[in-house]
Design a binder for this molecule. Structure first.
Ligand SMILES: [Zn+2]
Length: 304
C-alpha cells in the first residue's frame, strides 16, 4: 500500500472508531481535522496522531521525554521481546479460534493498546499479525496521555493510529467496537474498557509478578510491587469479564551499566529516586536478575 492508501486507511480507522471527547458523537474528517456534528474539532498532527485531550494534564501524568527515550533504547535491545512474543502468539491464537473460519471472510478487527507509550507492543503486534494472516483487515491503535510518546510512536509505526487521551476520562471510542484491548503496566479503567470492547472481545492485562527484577529492586529499594494485585484486578474485572487464561512468563535478564540505568529511568521509579539512590544506581556495573510478567486474558461477556 502506498502512502496515499495508508493515509486513507488511517483516517478511516479514526472516523470509524473515535468519538468526540466533548459530546461523544462520531467524527467526520474535514481536511486534516476530525469534526463532530456539534462543531468540536481536533487536528490530526503531521506525524499522524490526534490529540483528544480537552483539559491540561499535569506533566507528571505521562512519561517524560527522558523516560520515553530510555524505554525505547532499552526495548530495542530485545530485553522484553519474550513478553511481546507471548502476547502476539496469544492474540493470534485467539483470533484464529474466534474468526478464522474457512467459509467466512475475516471480519475487520480493531485492536487498541491503552497506555501504549512509544508504541513497542502494538507495533510488534501489527508486524506479527500481518505475517500470520495473509489478508487481515485491521485497525491498530495506541492511546496514551503522553503526547511525546505518541509522536515517537506515530513516526515509527506509520500505519498504526495514535490518540492522546486520558484513561480516566470517558474513552473516546465508540461502544462495542474493539476486538482486542491491551493494557501493559498501565492504568486500568475497567468499566470503560468493558464499554468499548465488543461482546466476546478480549482484554489482555499485563503486570509484574512478585519476582520481577527482584535483585535490582532490593539493591535500590524501588517501589514495591503491589501485593494482591491479581486479586485486585479480578475484583475489578469480574462484573464484566470472564477470565480465560493466566500466563506467568519468566526470563533471565542480565543487564550491564547503561541498561541498568535505562530500566530504572523508564519506569515511575525514576521520579522517586533520591540523590543517594541515583549514586547507588550508577555504581552498579552489572546485575543478574529476571523478569516476571503475569498476563491475564479476560473475555467480555455477551450479556452484561
Ligand atoms: Zn462534539
Amino acid at each position: 500500500m502506498g502512502n496515499l492508501g495508508n493515509m486513507q486507511h488511517t483516517h478511516t480507522c479514526m472516523t470509524h472508531l473515535l468519538t468526540c471527547p466533548v459530546c461523544h458523537l462520531r467524527f467526520t474528517k474535514v481536511a486534516n481535522t476530525l469534526k463532530c456534528a456539534n462543531g468540536h474539532s481536533f487536528d490530526i498532527a503531521k506525524e499522524g496522531y490526534v490529540n483528544l485531550l480537552t483539559k491540561k494534564v499535569a506533566e507528571s501524568a505521562g512519561d517524560s521525554k527522558a523516560m520515553l527515550q530510555a524505554r525505547r533504547t532499552f526495548l530495542e535491545q530485545g530485553h522484553y521481546q519474550p513478553l511481546s512474543d507471548t502476547l502476539n502468539e496469544l492474540i493470534a491464537g485467539h483470533l484464529h479460534r474466534e474468526y478464522a473460519n474457512e467459509e467466512e471472510p475475516l471480519p475487520h478487527l480493531n485492536l487498541l493498546d491503552i497506555g501504549c507509550g512509544e508504541g513497542y507492543y502494538i507495533g510488534r503486534l501489527q508486524h506479527y499479525l500481518t505475517q500470520q494472516f495473509a489478508t487481515l483487515p485491521c485497525c491498530y491503535l495506541g492511546m496514551d496521555i503522553a503526547k511525546d510518546a505518541l509522536r515517537m510512536a506515530a513516526k515509527r509505526y506509520k500505519t498504526a493510529q495514535f490518540v492522546v487521551a486520558d484513561v480516566w476520562e470517558h474513552l473516546s471510542f465508540a461502544s462495542d467496537t474493539l476486538h482486542v484491548l491491551l493494557n501493559i503496566f498501565a492504568p486500568r479503567n475497567i468499566a470503560e474498557f468493558a464499554r468499548v470492547l465488543m461482546p466476546g472481545g478480549i482484554l489482555l492485562i499485563v503486570f509484574p509478578g512478585s519476582q520481577h527484577l527482584a535483585e535490582l529492586r532490593s539493591q535500590l529499594a524501588l517501589l514495591s510491587i503491589e501485593e494482591e494485585k491479581e486479586q485486585h484486578i479480578s475484583t475489578q474485572c469480574r462484573p464484566y469479564f470472564d477470565l480465560l487464561t493466566t500466563r506467568t512468563q519468566r526470563s533471565p535478564l542480565h543487564l550491564k551499566g547503561a541498561e541498568v540505568t535505562q530500566i530504572v529511568t523508564m519506569t515511575p521509579n525514576f521520579r522517586h529516586l533520591s540523590t543517594e539512590m541515583q549514586a547507588t544506581l550508577h555504581a552498579i556495573e552489572e546485575i543478574h536478575t529476571q523478569t516476571e510478567f503475569i498476563v491475564q486474558i479476560w473475555q467480555k461477556r455477551t450479556q452484561l
